[in-house]
Ligand binder design. Structure first.
Ligand code: HEM
Length: 360
């Protein structure tokens, strides 16, 4: 390379540096590396300046609201780690133990049927009928029962359909069934709520626990022993357990269902936890709206599964499990011998009422 060539190159580089320096000065760009320009406590890039501190990022990581200036509380949550825990619990232990509970009750009832058989009217049918439930009571029962069965089937489809139904019927049919099921579930829930309120009003006075219930429970209601019929009024202890499960479970599942139906509106878990904390519990009462939704979903499923297990046993004993039982809710009339064996004190009350009405 000649010396004139070399000089030309150096002059070119010097001109480029000079032009760049002029451009940088004109646009305010610093010619020193950025890090060197920082003051202590600043972050690279100076995006948040000294307001970028570890507390801020910890709060973001923990899903706290209000860390960004987005007015919508839901969008204002930047990271929602609880979503992982919720999904893992729903698709893990909840689904698994729920399935075992459903299978368990079916196995238990099958064993009971094999060992005990159908519980018979031991004194045979008398042919005399006695009214057990009037038409309003039967309407309340069947309104609750039919709506519950639809809710149970469509609810189970949401939890287990993708494992149990989808592989069998394929995605198109599964999608159609699940969309229809969702609408049925959302609207029929209101019929169930009406039924639960009606049953409560009609039957609460017969379901107050008393001393007789302890004797009935001690003898397991005579369910496992032929010839044993512990005394009972209109409802025995076993039926009271069913009644209160349906009422308390029904109210609880309805409340969590309404929270799911109207997302982000209700904050029942935070409020409930705050009340429980007054009694010594140590639960997180300051929940985000997302956590409220997750807990509502989990609670709704847990109560739903528990109720389904209990009601399967109820349906068994009210139909194939016991001779003469279904008539009580079918026609409303039961055989007098059935009534005397299972509800002796109630029969006495009815006959005493009839006698006093006849003598008036
Ligand atoms: C779908 C099938 C069902 C059948 C065959 C059935 C049958 C019966 C029968 C026969 C009785 C009267 C028992 C008696 O005379 O002492 C009864 C009562 C009752 N049923 Fe049902 N039931 C069914 C579903 C349901 C459902 C889904 C619920 C609630 C979610 C329910 C809640 C009740 C309650 C609270 C009572 C009164 C307490 C008791 O007898 O256990 N039933 N049912």
């Amino acid at each position: 390379m000649t010396s004139s060539h070399c000089f030309g190159r150096l002059a070119g580089i010097a001109l480029a540096v000079f032009l760049f320096a002029g451009f940088a000065a004109a646009t305010g760009m610093a010619l020193v590396p950025e890090a060197a320009a920082q003051q202590a406590g600043q972050v690279p890039g100076n995006t948040l300046g000294t307001s970028s501190d570890s507390d801020f990022w910890r709060q973001v990581r923990q899903g706290q609201q209000g860390q960004v200036s987005i007015p919508d509380a839901r969008a204002g949550v930047m990271i929602q780690s609880e979503g992982d825990n919720w999904r893992a619990f729903r698709n893990g232990p909840l689904s698994l133990y729920g399935a075992w509970a459903l299978l368990g009750i079916l196995i238990l009832l099958s064993l009971f049927f094999i060992l005990r058989g159908r519980i018979k009217v031991e004194h045979g049918l008398s042919g005399k009928l006695i009214e057990r439930f009037n038409s309003v009571e039967r309407f309340a029962h069947w309104l609750t029962a039919t709506s519950f069965v639809v809710l149970a089937l469509t609810g189970l489809n949401v939890l287990y359909g993708r494992y149990a139904l989808l592989p069998v019927i394929g995605p198109d049919a599964f999608s159609a069934i699940t969309i229809a099921g969702k609408y049925l579930h959302n609207y029929i829930a209101f019929a169930f709520m009406v039924g639960v309120v009606m049953m409560f009003v009609l039957w609460v006075k017969h379901n107050i626990p008393n001393r007789l219930d302890l004797v009935w429970l001690a003898k397991a209601g005579g369910l496992f022993t032929k010839g044993v019929h512990p005394s009972s009024k209109k409802f025995n202890a076993g039926q009271k357990v069913i009644f209160w499960s349906v009422i308390l479970g029904g109210v609880s599942i309805s409340a969590s269902g309404i929270a799911l139906l109207f997302p982000f509106e209700l904050h029942m878990f935070g409020k409930t936890f705050a009340v429980l904390n007054m009694f010594g519990a140590n639960l997180p009462a300051d929940l985000t709206v997302m956590q409220e939704m997750q807990l509502s979903q989990l609670w709704h499923s847990i109560v739903g599964l528990a109720l389904i297990v209990i009601i399967i046993a109820h349906i068994y004993i009210g139909s194939i499990g016991m001779e003469g039982a279904f008539d009580a809710m079918g026609s409303g009339m039961v055989d007098e011998n059935w009534a005397k064996e299972h509800h002796d004190l109630w029969v006495e009350e009815v006959q005493a009422r009839q006698a006093s009405a006849g003598s008036d």
